[in-house]
Design a protein around this ligand. Structure first.
Ligand SMILES: [Zn+2]
Ligand SMILES: [Zn+2]
Length: 353
């Protein structure tokens, strides 16, 4: 057994080496090594050593590296093809194999996949089914009942919040989908929400403040932080001031007919009237960039994506207009303005319980 990886790249090296040595060292050793390396990667993600934006690449890398030991099923077997070798896996190896799949799926639920095309997701699902099939063939598992018997679905792993049961339901649906092309993959998360403890809803939002993961009903879907952290963050603003800003935000949004779901052009029209010319360019930073323009106008460079990050950038420009007119601003007030625009229920969170 190798030493505990201390960095994500060491953990990746452990996966790579284990996959390369599968034929020589056997599947039980390989699966145990991969599971251990994935546990480290999961911990790195939780600690923030591995940023959400790096997860999609990591997931893709895992799928392509592990394809060596879990290749897709052969379509048409030709006599000239090398004989497909199935390495044996002991029944005790089934649980680590499932847990490896569990962590891989869990990673797809915490990373930043906003830019990942559907095709990549589909490829990943198929790989998950290949992995499951490899496990079944190698350990001679005939059906889902036997699979469940071998893995103790009730047990929860790592922080007590990763669910094998949810993993099994997702894997079974993926297998069904591959067979009939219509089975729906359940909207289940493998990671319990830190607030309600439920597995409902696929994606998890990580709060950068407390580092916990929440379902999108326990944070507003477009929020940056979890609601208790919002309360702490905006409590220093005087309640009367908060109320005044909230009522002005309402007036402004109604006047321009804007909300968190408006198209980017609607924002551009509103900002134009406020003296800000919006230029959509892929070269802009994700959070946008405002520069001085000609004749006392301003220019906002932003990407043309219909994403919450871009909406926030556009609302932030509107917030700057508002506070400039009101005679100066503070970042906290601008943040507060943007949260209200994004329909984050800040006041609700701030109400004493
Ligand atoms: Zn929740
Ligand atoms: Zn939080």
């Amino acid at each position: 057994m190798s030493a505990m990886p201390e960095t994500p790249s060491q953990a990746k090296a452990r996966v790579r080496e284990a996959a390369a040595a599968a034929a020589e060292k056997g599947l039980d050793h390989t699966v145990a090594e991969i599971e251990a390396a994935l546990v480290s990667l999961w911990r790195f993600e939780r600690q923030g050593t591995l940023a959400p934006r790096n997860i999609p690449d990591l997931v893709q890398w895992l799928a392509s590296t592990l394809k060596k030991i879990a290749p897709p099923p052969p379509k048409k077997v030709k006599f000239s093809d090398p004989l497909r070798r199935i390495l044996p896996l002991a029944e005790t190896g089934v649980r680590p194999a499932l847990d490896a799949a569990m962590i891989m799926i869990a990673l797809t639920q915490v990373g930043d996949f906003t830019e990942t095309p559907d095709k990549a997701r589909k490829t990943f699902d198929l790989f998950m089914d290949d992995w499951r099939r490899m496990t079944w063939e190698s350990a001679r598992i005939p059906d889902w009942n036997r699979f469940r018997e071998l893995v103790n679905p009730e047990e929860r792993l790592l922080e007590g919040r990763l669910s094998r049961e949810a993993t099994l339901q997702i894997l079974e649906a993926i297998a069904g989908r591959r067979r009939d092309n219509i089975t729906t993959i359940p909207e289940l998360s493998i990671l319990a929400c830190a607030r309600c403890g439920q597995f409902k809803g696929r994606d998890r939002v990580r709060c950068p403040q407390c580092k916990d993961s929440f379902c999108s009903r326990c944070t507003a879907p477009t929020a940056d932080l979890c609601l208790p952290d919002y309360a702490t963050r905006y409590a220093p603003i005087d309640p009367a001031r908060r109320q005044q800003i909230a009522s002005n935000v309402g007036t402004i949004l109604r006047g321009y007919r804007l909300d968190a779901h408006s198209r980017n052009e609607a924002f551009a029209r509103a900002l134009h009237e406020e003296g800000v010319d919006v230029a959509f360019t892929e070269a802009a930073p994700l959070e946008g960039e405002e520069v001085e323009g000609k004749q006392q106008r301003r220019k906002l460079l932003v990407r043309d994506r219909e994403s919450p990050t871009v909406k926030r950038a556009l609302f932030r420009a509107l917030a700057r207009c508002y506070f400039r007119a009101a005679g100066g601003s503070e970042p906290l007030l601008e943040d507060f303005f943007v949260e209200l625009c994004m329909e984050v229920p800040v006041e609700e969170a701030l109400r004493p319980r």
